[in-house]
Design a protein. Structure first.
Length: 212
């Protein structure tokens, strides 16, 4: 059996799941108030509930952000340590792509997946036909203009910029109020045609520190 581990900590609510390639065997977001508060406890709970052992995990898919840097680092550190201990590889999952997949936005759309950064800046992933065009940190209106997307029908996923006010009328834009990805996004990710050809790594790092 193929056993994959999903880890999402770019938001404060840590999430972990075990997936066999066909469906979820365990997902922590369904535990409610009984959910353990740390990843080690979540993994132990998942293995106990499914009757699996850690050595059966063949791959880890971990959200590397952008998002809360401290929480994201926690998930990455856990994934790195587990991958080393089990001698398996990881796939780095971009949190903005996961949000796009979670939203169910049309593959043909011009999609901007965004998370707040600082000083009015946003981490933004620009996607068209589900392909990434740009991954940046900056002011939304400046990047929309730079890419020439101001006249496109846009889907904005994430918190809307307060600075826009009524200025959003300048865009033909649909809003999807989504703060972070859910575990369904990981399931969609591993079903993509290009997933098996994506880079596998022995040590992941937060993407926040790479986007400038």
């Amino acid at each position: 059996m193929v056993l994959k581990l999903f880890i999402e900590t770019s938001n404060l609510d840590f999430q972990l799941a075990l997936h066999d390639g066909d469906g979820f065997l365990y997902r922590s977001d369904q535990l409610g108030q009984d959910q353990p508060r740390d990843l080690t406890a979540l993994l132990e709970d998942g293995l106990n509930q499914t009757g699996k052992i850690a050595s059966e995990i063949i791959e880890i898919i971990v959200d590397i952000g952008p998002g809360g840097l401290t929480s994201t680092r926690s998930g990455i550190a856990f994934a790195n340590g587990l991958a080393f201990a089990l001698n398996i590889k990881m796939v780095e999952a971009n949190g903005l792509e996961l949000m796009m997949l979670q939203s169910g936005a049309s593959p043909q759309s011009h999609v901007i997946s965004a998370r707040r950064a600082h000083d009015g800046n946003y981490f933004m992933g620009f996607y068209h036909q589900a392909e990434r065009c740009e991954l940046v940190l900056g002011k939304p209106e400046e990047m929309i203009a730079e890419l020439g997307w101001q006249d496109q029908k846009l889907t904005w996923i994430g918190p809307s910029p307060k600075s826009w006010g009524d200025g959003v009328a300048d865009y033909n834009m649909e809003f999807v109020d989504l703060m972070s990805p859910g575990l369904e996004a990981f399931e969609t990710l591993i079903g993509l045609d290009d997933f098996n050809s994506r880079d596998r790594t022995s040590a992941a790092g937060p993407i926040n520190e790479l986007i400038r």
